[in-house]
Write a protein that binds this ligand. Structure first.
Ligand code: NAD
Length: 343
């Protein structure tokens, strides 16, 4: 395997830690994109558990996700460094508790300078289990991160529809939601309440059934990327906008919760050239980080809700910068994030 510093996504990470518990076999990578060893600010990012094909694939995921967290902190103005933990391999149910204990031990090793919480592959229940062994779990406050994430996606999606389609509400607007998990399902619910027509698809049958019961028109998830809808909301995994898929997109707005939707940075320009309004994923899905900030900094629920709704105003700032510089929204957001990232 290549050294982390040789990886194309290394991007000057402060530290990349490979952790292994020989007793349980648990293996994890903690990537700390921005890290303050003096502890002035903690590095934050969720913990993802997946059956990665290779360690290199897991490393790439960790590096891109932690960098994305730094961007999220920068565009929201929240005073944390970006980080991420990825766990290599989903344990058998009988071994899960022991692996969670190992992970809690890894988190304790950072003494509060790295704080983590739920991400794909980990449940709220897993986080509660880890919390019994480490005080550094986040996203366990009164508002669940996935709920606030959906609220932020909803707010920025609605604002993007105003920018691109000139509509103030969502009545008559069609939205394709890819992935009907924790965030996708809640987003679908809010869109339906606002009068949108919601089409959606998940690879999980139970998720489709739950969404159908709510009024979502279920489609084959493989067709979602090219669906003839006004808005595409990627809420599953990253990398969906690639050189081989970008040409098929018919939506005029993209706003969703998935991290790292653009497989490569040049996809932002490709969308721009096709007239597709792309809400940078790390802005759209920053609600989860707001829930974490609420807990770490001791804010109340009203603060969290107003911050999530305020992500739409951050989008306006980015659009104004993009327009004045004549660049894509993705490029303007990257520039803003680079200017504001923690040292
Ligand atoms: P989740 O695991 O609850 O839901 C993801 C859903 O996507 C699952 O139901 C899964 O079956 C489905 N899926 C996987 N591959 C798919 C495919 N190819 N097509 C259609 N569906 C597919 O996760 P979540 O918490 O809802 O998060 C969704 C996305 O948002 C993730 O990328 C996550 O990193 C990101 N995100 C989540 C939060 C949060 O607070 N939960 C915050 C920020 C970003």
């Amino acid at each position: 395997m290549i050294a982390p510093s040789e990886h194309p996504d290394f991007d000057a990470h402060a530290a990349v830690c490979f952790l292994h518990d020989a007793k349980t076999g648990a293996r994890a990578i903690v990537a700390l994109h921005r890290f303050d060893p003096t502890g002035t600010y903690p590095s934050v990012g969720g913990c993802r558990m997946r059956d990665y094909a290779t360690t290199e694939e897991a490393l790439g995921d960790a590096l891109r996700l932690s960098r994305g967290m730094s961007s999220k902190c920068a565009v929201t103005g929240l005073p944390f460094g970006g980080a991420k933990a990825v766990v290599l391999g989903v344990p058998e149910p009988s071994a899960r508790r022991a692996v969670l204990d190992s992970l809690a031990g890894f988190v304790n090793g950072f003494g509060g300078r790295f704080r983590t919480g739920v991400d794909v592959g980990l449940s709220a229940c897993d986080v509660e289990t880890m919390r019994t062994a480490t005080p550094w779990m986040v996203g366990t406050g009164p508002i669940r991160p996935d709920a606030l994430t959906a609220d932020g996606v909803f707010a920025t999606l609605k604002r993007a529809v105003r920018h691109r389609l000139g509509r103030d509400g969502l009545t008559g607007t069609s939205v394709g939601v890819q992935g009907l998990g924790k965030v996708g399902l809640r987003l679908a619910q809010r869109l339906l309440q606002d009068g949108a027509r919601v089409l959606g698809g998940d690879v999980d049958r139970a998720a489709n059934e739950e969404a159908a019961g709510m009024g979502v028109e279920i489609v084959d998830p493989a067709t979602l990327i090219g669906l003839d809808v006004d808005v595409l909301a990627p809420c599953a995994l990253g990398g969906v906008i690639r050189s081989d898929t970008v040409g098929a997109i018919r939506a005029r707005v993209i706003a969703g919760s998935a991290n790292n939707q653009l497989a490569t940075a040049d996809m932002g320009n490709a969308l721009h050239e096709r007239g597709i309004f792309y809400v940078p994923d790390y802005l759209a899905n920053a609600g989860g980080l707001i829930a974490v900030a609420m807990q770490i900094e001791g804010h109340d629920e009203a603060w969290a809700h107003s911050q999530a709704a305020g992500l739409a105003d951050r989008l306006d700032e980015i659009v104004a910068t993009a327009d004045s510089l004549g660049v894509s929204i993705a490029t303007a957001a990257e520039q803003l994030a680079a200017d504001r990232r923690a040292p």
